[in-house]
Design a protein around this ligand. Structure first.
Ligand code: ADP
Ligand code: MG
Length: 382
């Protein structure tokens, strides 16, 4: 039986966060704004979340002394990255509320399990085959080529993936990944990529945010435009599929599902994230309740807030590449000279290419204006 926060954990209580990255940081800020105190468990010295938390337990995710302390201090604990070891969540669940629960996180941790789960829900994915050996590649349906070989576990931002034109290329990629379990997915011509974020409470009530239209460059999210420029039918099907997955998982917390939209209107689930998502950062500036505030509300057993979007929005990710191009700090005063631009920096000291350093959300009364200003901001940050 799972632990439930009854009565709800009121503001002033401690909430726990496993992980110290930018998602944890934005969670801390939202929870603190509601009056909570946040304890972050993360091994790094100067992590984005650790530096704003009320308390930072500097320890590994499997350090039982630290997990025990976190579980005793906090009424509820959540996570900001899906690769948190399942044992850590199980250990914590003996001591406090954990949301999302270990089994929900486990589904999203493994592409083979994840795709199987989505299909069991009656929702389509790209054509794929689970790959556990080079023999599985040789036996795979030739229609899966050209394909993408993706390591089943621990991939993010396009890491652990290889585009493969033939069986021989796929075997070479499989061996270069260390022969770990993978999925071979057909490479599709994508019309668009979209995502839906839902928040679901312990009572099973779920709320959904508007559909976000996402552009990836090199496997990393570059921009999110909201609301997505898709038909009402596509938007409704994406929301329904996301709600169905959340319900099937008996999920509690914030869940993001990423989709591919094909030219014929087909909607395929790409993957899910058991946490707030980069494509939902716009909710901080453009919605009544941010995805991070929803995460705090859900885990504390409080009613969920309104997901209503009050401004059109375009979010631009700021990768370390902007620092490299500027030869130092990008010209922030020029960014802030756009009155529609909301700047968020994550407090990371070292800018590396491909590293998520911050984001800008452009908010406006029309989507056309938000898109226009976002283009100007993009030119400023290079
Ligand atoms: P990650 O976990 O790194 O985000 P994804 O599976 O979401 O991995 O892949 C990253 C990006 O690569 C996707 O957002 C999409 O742009 C592209 N991509 C992934 N799979 C396919 C596919 N089967 N066909 C075409 N593009 C794909
Ligand atoms: Mg992805």
């Amino acid at each position: 039986a799972r632990r439930v926060p009854v009565p709800a954990l009121p503001p002033g209580s401690w909430l726990g966060m496993l992980g110290g990255g930018q998602l944890g940081r934005m969670f801390c800020m939202a929870a603190q704004s509601l009056g909570y105190r946040v304890c972050v468990l993360d091994p790094a010295d100067d992590s984005p979340a650790g530096s704003v938390a009320d308390r930072h337990l500097k320890a590994g995710y499997l350090d039982e002394t630290a997990l025990d302390e976190l579980g005793r201090l906090c009424g509820a604990v959540t996570t900001e990255f899906e690769n948190v070891p399942a044992q850590a969540l199980d250990f914590l669940a003996q001591r406090c509320v954990v949301s999302p629960a270990g089994p929900s996180v486990a589904v999203a941790q493994d592409r083979i399990v994840e795709k199987g789960f989505v299909r069991e829900c009656g929702i389509e994915t790209a054509p794929y085959a689970p790959i556990r050996s080079a023999g599985d590649l040789r036996a795979a349906d030739p229609k899966l080529f050209p394909g993408i070989l993706k390591a089943a576990r621990l991939g993010y931002d396009g890491k652990g993936q290889a585009t493969v034109a033939s069986v021989d290329e796929a075997v070479a990629a499989f061996e270069s990944f260390g022969s770990v379990p993978c999925v071979l997915e057909k490479r599709l011509a994508l019309e668009l990529e979209v995502s839906v974020i839902v928040a679901r409470g312990f009572d099973g009530k779920a709320v959904a945010y508007p559909v976000s239209e996402n552009v990836h460059v090199g496997g990393i999210l570059a921009t999110s435009t909201v609301p997505a420029r898709v038909s009402q039918d596509v938007a409704a099907r994406a929301e329904a599929a996301t709600r169905k997955i959340a319900q099937a998982l008996d999920y509690v917390g914030v869940l993001c599902v990423e989709f591919f939209v094909l030219a014929d209107g087909a909607l395929l689930v790409n993957e899910m994230a058991p946490r707030p998502h980069n494509s939902g950062h716009y909710t901080i500036d453009a919605c009544v309740t941010s995805q991070f505030e929803q995460q705090a509300r859900a885990m504390a057993g409080l009613p969920l807030g309104s997901t209503r979007q009050h401004q059109h929005a375009v979010m631009l990710n700021l990768l370390g590449d902007c620092w490299v191009a500027a030869g130092g700090e990008p010209p922030w005063a020029e960014v802030l000279a756009f009155p529609e631009a909301k700047l968020h920096l994550y407090g990371k000291t070292e800018a590396r290419a491909g590293r998520k350093m911050g984001h800008v959300t452009v908010v406006a009364d029309s989507l056309a204006h938000a898109v226009h200003v976002a283009g100007q901001v993009a030119r400023v940050v290079g």
